[in-house]
Design a protein around this ligand. Structure first.
Ligand code: TRP
Length: 413
C-alpha cells in the first residue's frame, strides 16, 4: 500500500466514525448535529483539501476575464484540489477538460441536483473546454431497488434536465455507463487498470464496505474514476492520455476522487483537480441535504408554482425558519440568517449581491418579516423552475441522442 493510501484510510476512518460532534459526509449519507449544518472548514482539514480563498477567486477572474460566479463569492464552491495548476494551464492556453456526473436514482431532479451543473456550465463557458457528464445508472442499479431497464430510462430522463440548463452539444458528451462502457474498450481498460491497483482493504476503508457488500459495489469506484482520464474518451481526445481533468462536484463525492488521485500517478496519468460544493439544505433545515426520496424535503424541477409556494410557506412544517415565532418577537429579536432555510436558498439563487445584503441586514434586525423573505424566494424559484420546465418541454429525443452519441467534439488535439 502506498503512503498516500495509508493516509487516505486514516482520514476516512475519522470521517466515518459516527462521533456525535463529527459531521457524517460520504456518498451515501450527510448528517450534522448542528442546525447550521456541516462545518465545512473542519471538512477541508479532515479531507486534506484546500480552501477556495480570495486569492484563488481573484485569479479565476483574471485568467477568465469574467467576474466570479456568485457560487464562488458566497462559498458554495468552498474547497478545491489543484485548482492553481488548472489556472496555470489556462494561462498558457494549454488544454484541460471538465468532468461531472449524476446518479439517476429518480425521475425528478430537485434544485440541489442543479448546483454542480449550473457551476459546471459557467466553468465551461468561462474556460471554453470540453465537458463529459457521467450518468451512473449502473451505480443506481447496484445501490437502489431498480431494474437495469428502469435505470437506463432514468438516465435518459435526467439527461433532459441537464441539457435543459443550456449545455452546448458541440462541446459536451453525456453518457450512460450502461451504454457507453459496453462500446468503449478504452474506458473498460482504465477501469481494469484501476481495479488492479486498489485492494478490498482500501475500498473498505474509503467507502465503509464490509463482508456483506456485493462485489458490484466493491468494484464500482473504478467506474467513477475512469472518466477522470482523457484516454477513456479516445474519440474526443484523439487518444491523448495526458489531458488534465477538473471535476466540479458536491463534497460527498470526494472519496471517489481521493482514490482516483491515489492511483493516477501509478498509471502514468495526471491526478484530476477538483472543486467541491457545499450541500443544498433540505427544506427542514441544514442538518441534512435535500433528498430525492423524501418529497417534502425538496423542491423538484417538476413542482408546480402552487407546490413551490406551499412548500416554502408552510413554516416549521416543511421550510425551516430562523424568524421569531410571532411578529412581535421577530421585530424585537430579529431573524437568524445562519439557520433560515429561505435565506440560505436565496444565497444560491438570488444573483443580485446588493439585494441579498439588504435582505440579510433587514431580516437580521427584525425589520423584514419572514413572510416577505419567503415571498421573494417563492417568486425567484417559480421563475427558475418555470423557465426550466419550458426549456425541457422543447427538447426532443433526437437532441438527447446527439448529446449521448460518442463523437469528436469541437476541439482538436
Ligand atoms: N456518484 C454520483 C451520484 O450518485 C454520480 C457521479 C458520477 C458524479 N461521476 C461523477 C458526480 C463526477 C460528480 C462528479 O450522484
Amino acid at each position: 500500500m502506498t503512503e498516500a493510501t495509508n493516509d487516505i484510510e486514516k482520514k476516512v476512518e475519522n470521517m466515518t466514525t459516527k462521533n456525535l460532534e463529527e459531521d457524517v459526509v460520504n456518498p451515501w449519507e450527510v448528517a450534522s448535529s448542528s442546525d447550521k449544518g456541516v462545518d465545512y472548514d473542519k471538512l477541508i482539514k479532515r479531507f486534506g483539501s484546500s480552501k477556495v480563498d480570495e486569492e484563488l477567486i481573484k485569479r479565476i477572474e483574471t485568467v477568465t476575464g469574467k467576474p466570479a460566479h456568485h457560487f464562488l463569492k458566497r462559498g458554495v464552491f468552498f474547497s478545491q484540489r489543484d485548482m492553481h495548476q488548472i489556472l496555470n494551464l489556462a494561462e498558457q492556453k494549454k488544454p484541460f477538460f471538465l468532468y461531472t456526473g449524476r446518479g439517476p436514482s429518480s425521475e425528478a431532479m430537485h434544485l440541489g441536483h442543479l448546483i454542480p451543473f449550473i457551476f459546471t456550465k459557467w466553468l465551461q463557458e468561462a474556460f471554453d473546454v470540453p465537458l463529459v457528464i457521467q450518468l451512473t445508472d449502473d451505480e443506481k442499479f447496484l445501490w437502489k431497488d431498480l431494474t437495469l431497464e428502469e435505470a437506463s430510462r432514468l438516465s435518459f430522463e435526467n439527461a433532459k434536465d441537464i441539457i435543459a440548463l443550456g449545455f452546448d452539444v458541440e462541446k459536451t458528451f453525456i453518457f450512460s455507463d450502461l451504454e457507453y462502457i459496453a462500446q468503449s474498450p478504452a474506458f473498460y481498460k482504465n477501469m481494469l487498470r484501476t481495479q488492479k491497483l486498489v485492494t478490498y482493504n482500501q475500498v473498505k476503508g474509503i467507502f465503509g464496505f464490509d463482508d456483506s457488500t456485493c462485489i458490484g459495489k466493491i468494484s464500482f469506484p473504478s467506474i467513477q474514476a475512469a472518466p477522470s482520464f482523457s484516454s477513456s474518451f479516445p474519440q474526443i481526445f484523439n487518444n491523448k492520455t495526458n489531458i488534465p481533468c477538473l471535476i466540479p462536484c458536491a463534497i460527498d463525492q470526494d472519496p471517489y476522487f481521493r482514490m482516483t488521485r491515489d492511483v493516477a500517478p501509478r498509471l502514468g496519468y495526471i491526478k484530476p483537480a477538483l472543486m467541491h460544493s457545499t450541500f443544498f439544505p433540505a427544506l427542514q433545515g441544514a442538518q441534512t441535504k435535500m433528498s430525492a426520496s423524501d418529497a417534502n424535503s425538496s423542491i423538484f424541477l417538476t413542482d408546480t408554482d402552487k407546490q413551490i409556494k406551499t412548500k416554502v410557506t408552510t413554516v416549521n412544517k416543511y421550510a425551516f425558519s430562523g424568524g421569531g415565532t410571532t411578529t412581535e418577537e421577530h421585530k424585537e429579536k430579529g431573524g437568524n440568517c445562519d439557520v433560515d432555510v429561505s435565506y440560505q436558498y436565496l444565497t444560491f439563487f438570488l444573483e443580485d449581491d446588493n439585494r441579498l445584503e439588504e435582505i440579510r441586514k433587514t431580516y437580521t434586525s427584525g425589520e423584514l418579516l419572514t413572510g416577505y423573505l419567503k415571498k421573494e424566494l417563492i417568486e425567484i424559484l417559480q421563475k427558475i423552475i418555470g423557465e426550466h420546465r419550458q426549456r425541457r418541454s422543447q427538447l426532443t429525443d433526437d437532441i438527447v441522442k446527439q448529446f449521448m452519441t460518442p463523437r469528436k467534439l469541437k476541439f482538436d488535439y
